[in-house]
Design a protein around this ligand. Sequence first.
Ligand code: PLP
Length: 375
Amino acid sequence: MVLFDVYPLYDITPVSARGVILTDDKGQEYLDLYGGHAVISIGHGHPHYVKRLKDQLDKIGFYSNAVQNPLQRELAEKLGALSNCDDYHLFLCNSGAEANENALKLASFHTGKSRVIAFKNSFHGRTSAAVATTDNPAINAPINKQQQVTFLPFEDRDTLAEELSKGDVCAVILETIQGVGGLDEPSLLFCKEVAHLCKQNGVVLIADEVQSGFGRSGKFFAFQHHDITPDIISIAKGMGNGFPVGGILIHPEIKAKYGLLGTTFGGNHLACAATLAVLEVLEKENLIANTADLGLYFEKCARQIPQLKRVKGKGLMLGLEFDFEVAELRKNLILKHHIFTGSAKNKKVLRILPALNINRAHLDTFFTALKQELE
Ligand code: PLP
C-alpha cells in the first residue's frame, strides 16, 4: 500500500526534537518557529510532559467514557481556573475539526436551527463550516448539505444583523485572530457587536480557539482581548503539545443531557495527562506572560525591516505581511537557514507560531536570517 498523496512534502525527515530544535536523519538541526501548525506549545519533549505521559501509560492509557475517569475532572478544574472560564462545562474530543463539529451540532440542538454564519477567510477545519479561504473547491463546500454556511466579511455589522434577524441561524463561529487565513483580526467594536447581535437573536456564539487558545495570543484565549463571552469555545492544537486532543467549553446556559454528544477516544487517560502536563507547564513556567512579552519583542524587531508591509497577530500567533508572495522566502528559510516557518492562505503572509517557551535569542536568529534573505 502507498500513502494517499494529499500533502506536498519537504524532503526533510525529523527524527528527534527538543525544545524548539528539530534534528533530521542526517543530524541537521532546525529552529522550529512553526510548531507543526501551532501545535507545539511547551516545546518538543518537555521533560514534565514526557514523564507525565510515560507514568500515565504505565498505569492506564485508555478506557471507555462509560466509567469514571478522574483525570477528566482534574483537567476541567485546572483548565477552568487557568483560563478564567470556571463556570463553563468541558466536553473532550480529539481534534479541532471535531471540536467545531460538536460546537455546531450543539448550537443546532440548542436553538432548533441549522444555518451557520462564519467570516470570510476564516478556517474551522474540514467541517461543515469548512470555509472559503481558498480556490480549492474541496474545502469550500459544506460537507453536510443541510448545514448551510453563510460567509460574511468582518466589520459589516448591518449585513450580520440582517442575516441574524431571518431567524434560521443557530451559530456564529468566529476566530478573533484568523490562523490559516493569514492573521486578520476583527476590531474590538465589531467583536462586541457580534456578541451583542448573537445574544439579541438567540444565536450561539462559538469562539474558535483551536489555534489561538492555550496562551498563544498572550492571553489564555484570544477572545479575552475583546471582552466578549462566547457560548461555546473550541480548543485543540496547543492543548496537547502534539498529543491529539480537542474539546469544547460550553456555557452553563446550554444544558447537557445523556446522549447529546459522544465519542470513543475523547478524554482518554493519555489525552488528559498530556493536556494537564501542558497546563502545568504553562502555569509553572509563566509561559503566557513570556508569550505576550516575546510578541512585543518580535514586533519591535520586525519594524526594523523596511521590506515589511505589516506585522500581524498577537503574542506568538504572528504573521509578517510583505508585498510579494512568500513561498520562495519560506523555502529558503528552511533549506538555507534551517528555520521552519509557516504559510497562510494569504500568500503574502509568513506565519510564525513557535513554542511559547522560546526566547529572544531564537527570534534574533530568525531576524538575522530573514534580513539576509531580503537583502
Ligand atoms: N479551527 C482552526 C482555527 C484551525 O486553525 C484549525 C486547523 O488549522 C482547525 C479548526 C482544525 O483543526 P484540526 O486540524 O485539528 O482538525
